[in-house]
Design a protein around this ligand. Sequence first.
Ligand code: SF4
Ligand code: SF4
Length: 147
Amino acid sequence: MNGEPPISCNLDCDINTCGSLCCRNCPVLTQDEVEKLISGVREEYGLELIQKRYFRRAKGEHGTYFAAKMIKGQCIFLDKEKRCRIYRCRPLLCRLYPVTDADFVDVRCPLVSGNKISGQVLDALRQRYAGEVDKRIRMEHTFRFED
Ligand code: SF4
Ligand code: SF4
């Protein structure tokens, strides 16, 4: 949807190596982000996502958010080929992967372990994490998921 480099579920990723590892954790979103995603998917893909069917509540210490539902340990938006069905509209946390915190990079991702992503790009993603991820979500340590 914008000019950023595609990272998570990159169509060029060799997912036979990682099995789309990045999509085995559900991204957490604010209500605003869920609404934006739903309208984005409507525009981009012509699909009508029913919030309750695709997202569950995620309660933290600082607020209540939403998370993409998981099916058999994988994000509900992953297709049979293990590619994201809503890639162009994917949540911010997916866009920032393999950065999963302002000071944490998931080294299990082959883009990182295989040095396919530069330190410069990782720094830029870290900065975006610190500046763009909802402040309350950044402060949370754990979430309690509800159906
Ligand atoms: S884990 Fe890394 S290499 Fe695998 S699909 Fe996700 S971003 Fe690509
Ligand atoms: S929304 Fe897409 S990119 Fe994000 S975890 Fe789900 S399948 Fe992966």
